[in-house]
Design a protein around this ligand. Structure first.
Ligand code: NAD
Length: 351
């Protein structure tokens, strides 16, 4: 496959880029390099002849037309987005611009390209989305998000992603554009930007700072190791049924407090702290407005139709992640030194 990956300098996009190149696919990484991007995330493939970088914005139609015409991809894997819920509460405008208008602009460019190319059979527009579009679940463990769960987004971020999902489906129904969609649960792993829960916990713990948890830490998320998500995305891009959406989840439901305690236990083993267990640093901070209580994915469709399942448990994935942050201090120190990032660290931490 020749892939055009949007947002390939971000957390999940870079995992997709690294995995796709490792599997021998040609990859064009299109990224505007916002605050959330880091080209070091793809340094391991930068000199690979299969890899090309295009510095461009998904809202720039002329740039999209040029890039599509020049590289002629088989698949557009669309991950570029504003992705941080707390930032969407502080400033929703960029979320609407990038996630809604940007996706619309990319859809129109993709449609024109697909028509010009003679509507090739194998072309796919794969839109990468979140389980947050489904809203919040009750505590009952039997109730999970399926592909048929009605949309009920509750934050500016999830509303903007829900809007983009609707646009993608509409471009399939109205214009016949061959699309596939995926809605995934919370990711974690190497190269996670140091303003999200798991890196904040690891880096604050190592610095002996408080580990801030919203409310009482009771919110439940379904955690997925990022490399397992990347593997699922390449599978859906290649074999997913046109017009269909697939939920991707780790079947790893954990409350935030549980998750942070597990991570503290791993750090106690890997980097023991003279002053006592890392869990002593846990502090509770005022909850985020509209904080969804529980997300959990029912991944039956992707498992039964495409044979996908996650390869690591949350304990294994957290240990790999903690080891990665311990071994890659120059990566996160460089990001912490950037304007604006350090100030948020340890203050507004969640997913
Ligand atoms: P991220 O914030 O780490 O990366 C986003 C990337 O998109 C960055 O490299 C950024 O520079 C780029 N980008 C932003 N605006 C752009 C624009 N206008 N034009 C071109 N590039 C632009 O995000 P992530 O966590 O890797 O998430 C990637 C995708 O996966 C998003 O669409 C997100 O909604 C979705 N998703 C994320 C999670 C998660 O847990 N992180 C879970 C499910 C779905």
């Amino acid at each position: 496959m020749k892939l055009l990956v949007t947002g390939g300098a971000g957390f999940i996009g870079s995992a997709v880029v690294r995995l796709a190149v490792a599997r021998g696919h040609e990859v064009v990484n299109l990224d505007a390099l916002t605050y959330a991007a880091c080209l070091n995330n793809v340094a391991s493939v930068a000199d690979n002849p299969l890899y090309t970088f295009e510095h461009a914005d998904i809202r720039d139609r002329a740039a999209l037309d040029r890039i599509l015409g020049q590289h002629r991809p088989d698949v557009i894997l669309h991950l570029a987005a504003e992705s941080h819920v707390d930032r969407s509460i502080d400033g929703p405008g960029t979320f609407i611009d990038t996630n809604v208008t940007g996706t619309y602009t990319l859809l129109e460019a993709a449609r024109a390209y697909w028509v010009t190319e003679g509507r090739p059979e194998r072309f796919r527009f794969h839109h990468v989305s979140t389980d947050e579009v489904f809203g919040s679940l009750p505590a009952d463990p039997a109730v999970k998000f399926t592909e048929d769960t009605p949309y009920d987004p509750r934050s500016p971020y999830s509303a903007s992603k829900a809007s983009s999902d609707h646009l993608v489906r509409a471009w399939h129904e109205t214009y016949g554009l061959p699309v596939v969609l995926t809605n995934c649960s919370n990711n974690y792993g190497p190269y996670h930007f140091p303003e999200k829960l798991i890196p904040v916990v690891i880096l604050n713990a190592l610095a002996g700072k408080p580990l801030p948890i919203y409310g009482q830490g009771e919110n439940i998320r379904d955690w997925l190791y990022v490399e397992d998500h990347a593997d699922a995305l390449l599978l859906v891009a290649a074999q997913g049924q046109v017009g269909r959406s697939y939920n991707i989840g780790g079947e790893n439901e954990r409350s935030n407090l549980d998750l942070v305690r597990t991570l503290c236990g791993i750090l106690d083993r890997l980097a023991p702290r003279a002053e006592g267990p890392y869990a002593d640093l846990i502090t509770f901070v005022t909850d985020r407005p509209g904080h969804d209580a529980r997300y959990a994915i029912d991944p039956t469709r992707i498992r039964t139709e495409l044979g996908w399942r996650p390869s690591v448990t949350v304990e294994e994935g957290l240990e790999r992640t903690a080891r990665w942050y311990l071994d890659n201090a120059p990566w996160w120190r460089a990001l912490q030194a950037r304007d604006g990032v350090g100030q948020r660290l340890g203050t507004a931490p969640l997913e």
